[in-house]
Structures are given as structure tokens and as C-alpha cells.
Ligand binder design. Structure first.
Ligand code: BMA
Length: 306
């Protein structure tokens, strides 16, 4: 039995494996959302030829997923704006009736952030990449702040970055981004190498709850953990609390063993009836869920912070 904090792993983990898509080598680091009376998601599929593609999925219960065997087709007004063959780690945010999808849209210039919108998970409109290369993680806030769209993002380099801080930025129109503010960077222990934003921030009376990944470097490579932070509701670059102890660590066999060992990569969260279901990629191979009461997560972040 793994050492657990407030999150309890779903006993049927992993809930999604490569068996869900015929051409999948692996399915991991993906995003889900409430969609009408059911759920929809955008799934990272590393294909048999090792192209990384995004696929739409639907589920009645957010556990059993039907994933499209073919990648998403994005449309844009400009042929230069396109989804690359190295598209990975999507996040979804809903604002009103529109779903905003961000992902790492990497090309020969390195990792960049892609941005698209949909209202029906059938038609996708891809917009200009919001940030300059290199950047590997970006998630949109679920409402505007001070009249502007807001993101957390994580500048990177072209490779498997051995560093990484989280920044905040805003935009009046989803195209022009600026006012970049430092939010937080690596600190000791499991988050000492780099950190990056996970699911869309969750608004709570105690501040924005951000679940993030933290990485430390062992003598045998990177290990990925999940932590949490509470940030000021009006000035979300200001950290109120931040976990010293991790929320989730790679301890189960499916988190320890895979294409990239020792990875839990939180990328999506559903909050319903006071319960948070956290979706996370496991060892770059499959997808799992862990569940906690939202108030317990908030208390944990407050009481296990620096
Ligand atoms: C990150 C990304 C993720 C991956 C993680 C661990 O840099 O590439 O997609 O899960 O590394 O390998």
C-alpha cells in the first residue's frame, strides 16, 4: 500500500491504458472536464511511430472512457497556425460555455504552448501560440481576473529542462499576452529541480488552489511529484501557502514503471460536490485518478506548508 496523504487512489487504477486506442504506445498526461450531463476530455496519445497526438474522449462517469482512435482536427484562420506532431500534456479550462485547451505544441524550435477553443468537442478553433518558445506548461484560469484572461505558465528550454519556475500572465484577447509575474520556483526536496502548473486553478474561499508538479533529480534521473499551493484571489502571483510535503508521489507499480519511471504528472481535476478528482499521468504510460475532499486538500496545503 502506497503512502497516501489526503488523496486516495481509485482502486481500479490505472483507468486508461494504451489499450484504449489502437495506435497508442501510451496514453498519459491528459485533461478532462464536465460536459453537459457527462464528461469530455483531450487525451495525450504517444502513437506507435512516437508522434504525440491529442485525441477527444467521452465518458458517462469520468472513469470509463471512449477515446477517438484518430487525432483531433484543429481549424485555424491562418495555415501557419497548426497542431504539431509533438503535441502533448493538454489542459482544459471552461469559461462560460467555451472550453479552452492549452498544450505543449512542440516543433523544431522547441516546446511551445498551443491554444484552441471548442464548445462541442467536435469543432476546434486553434489560435496563435500564446507565448514565445520555449515553454512547456500553461493553464488558463476559469474566469477573468481584473478584466483579463489569466494563465500560469512555465518557461523552459529546448530539451528536458533541468530548471523551471511558474509565472503568471494576462491578456485582454487571448492573443496578446504580457504582465508576466514570477509566482514560485523550485525549493528543497521533491520540488528542488523544477515545478510546473497542473490542472486549471480551483477557486476557493482560501485562494486559488493550484496543484502543480515538482521534480527532483536523483542519481538515476528525474522523479515527478504533485504538490499544492494557495494563491491570492486578486493577485494570483502572490503565494499564500505552498506544500512542503508532497500531495502525491510515485509509489505504485504503475507510477514507478513505464516509459519514464517514477512519474505522477497531475494535469486535470474535476471538482463536484466538494470532492476533487485528480487525473494524473503515470510513468508516461497510463492515466490514474485520486480523490480527496476539497476542504481536506486546502487544510493539508495550509498545514504542511513552509
Ligand atoms: C515532462 C513532460 C511530460 C512528462 C514528464 C516526465 O517534461 O515531457 O510530458 O510526463 O516530463 O517524463
Amino acid at each position: 500500500m502506497a503512502n497516501e496523504t489526503v488523496f486516495k487512489r481509485y482502486p481500479g487504477n490505472p483507468i486508461i491504458t494504451a489499450r484504449a486506442v489502437p495506435r497508442a504506445n501510451s496514453i498519459h498526461n491528459s485533461a478532462v472536464t464536465r460536459f453537459g450531463e457527462a464528461y469530455a476530455g483531450i487525451f495525450r496519445v504517444d502513437e506507435l511511430d512516437m508522434r504525440f497526438t491529442l485525441h477527444v474522449g467521452h465518458s458517462p462517469d469520468a472513469i470509463h472512457w471512449d477515446i477517438d482512435p484518430d487525432p483531433v482536427k484543429m481549424h485555424s484562420d491562418d495555415p501557419d497556425i497548426r497542431m504539431t506532431d509533438h503535441s502533448y500534456d493538454p489542459r482544459i479550462t471552461r469559461i462560460d460555455d467555451t472550453y479552452y485547451i492549452t498544450w505543449c505544441n512542440a516543433d523544431s524550435h522547441g516546446p511551445q504552448i498551443g491554444l484552441a477553443t471548442t464548445t462541442d468537442f467536435v469543432h476546434f478553433h486553434q489560435m496563435e501560440n500564446p507565448l514565445p518558445t520555449a515553454n512547456r506548461n500553461c493553464v488558463i484560469f476559469p474566469r477573468q481576473i481584473d478584466g483579463k484572461y489569466a494563465i500560469y505558465h512555465r518557461p523552459s528550454d529546448r530539451g528536458h529542462t533541468p530548471f523551471g519556475d511558474i509565472f503568471y500572465a494576462t491578456s485582454p484577447d487571448l492573443v496578446h499576452w504580457g504582465c508576466h509575474r514570477f509566482v514560485m520556483g523550485p525549493v528543497g526536496g521533491w520540488q528542488s529541480t523544477k515545478i510546473g502548473p497542473g490542472p486549471a486553478p480551483i477557486e476557493t474561499p482560501e485562494g486559488w488552489l493550484l496543484i502543480y508538479h515538482g521534480v527532483w533529480t536523483s542519481c538515476n534521473g528525474y522523479l515527478y511529484y504533485a504538490g499544492g499551493a494557495l494563491l491570492d484571489l486578486d493577485q494570483p502571483w502572490k503565494v499564500i501557502h505552498r506544500t512542503r510535503d508532497y500531495l502525491l508521489a510515485p509509489t505504485e507499480p504503475y507510477e514507478r514503471v513505464g516509459d519514464v519511471p517514477n512519474v505522477v504528472f497531475p494535469s486535470s481535476a474535476l471538482v463536484e460536490n466538494g470532492v476533487i478528482r485528480l487525473y494524473y499521468g503515470c510513468a508516461d504510460t497510463c492515466i490514474s485518478v485520486a480523490e480527496a475532499n476539497l476542504t481536506d486538500v486546502i487544510d493539508f496545503v495550509k498545514t504542511h506548508s513552509f
